[in-house]
Design a binder for this molecule. Structure first.
Ligand SMILES: [Zn+2]
Length: 162
């Protein structure tokens, strides 16, 4: 069964800082809300603006919210995906982040015509988000899993040509 790993976080064009990481295999869902421990005042002004924009307008998770440290969450995700031949996600920054962090084959579904969640269909029940219409890693993981159930990939993550 395909394993989707979705992440929401902060991206400054160079680094990706995860806030919420979700591992989903069918009905088996694990989600980690990650607390950033670095003092926000030590972050540059431009990056701070981007952080505040994402927290207020995109995923609704503030810098210091969360109940896992990044190392704990990373280890848990590493254990969950240990036996997977590959993992699926969507988006270039996320795919790079996951490949670097977990040293796994990562398939970026944005390269295979996976559509985006339409905002008007979008509402989350996930308790991590403080704003209405927030983007949630669990919801996008479910959405990607549904896309994968169309059977375009074999068990090793190779794309089957139509
Ligand atoms: Zn969420």
């Amino acid at each position: 069964m395909a394993c989707v790993v979705e992440v929401q976080g902060f991206c400054n064009g160079k680094n990706f800082i995860p806030k919420e990481m979700c591992v989903l295999k069918g009905k088996d869902v694990h989600c980690f809300h990650i607390k950033c421990v670095k003092n926000i005042s030590s972050v540059g002004e431009k990056e701070r603006k981007m952080i505040s924009w994402a927290a207020n307008h995109y995923h609704g998770m503030s810098w210091d919210s969360g109940n896992f440290l990044i190392d704990e969450a990373t280890q848990k995700v590493r254990d969950l995906i240990a036996n997977e031949p590959c993992i699926y996600t969507k988006g270039r920054e996320k795919a790079l982040y996951l490949a670097n962090t977990f040293n796994k084959k990562v398939i970026d579904l944005s390269l295979f015509g996976c559509p985006s969640i339409r905002k008007k269909e979008y509402k989350t029940n996930c308790p991590h988000h403080k704003t209405f219409n927030s983007h949630c890693a669990v919801d996008s993981a479910k959405y990607l899993f549904e896309f994968l159930s169309n059977g375009h990939f074999d068990v090793d993550g190779n794309f089957k040509k139509a």
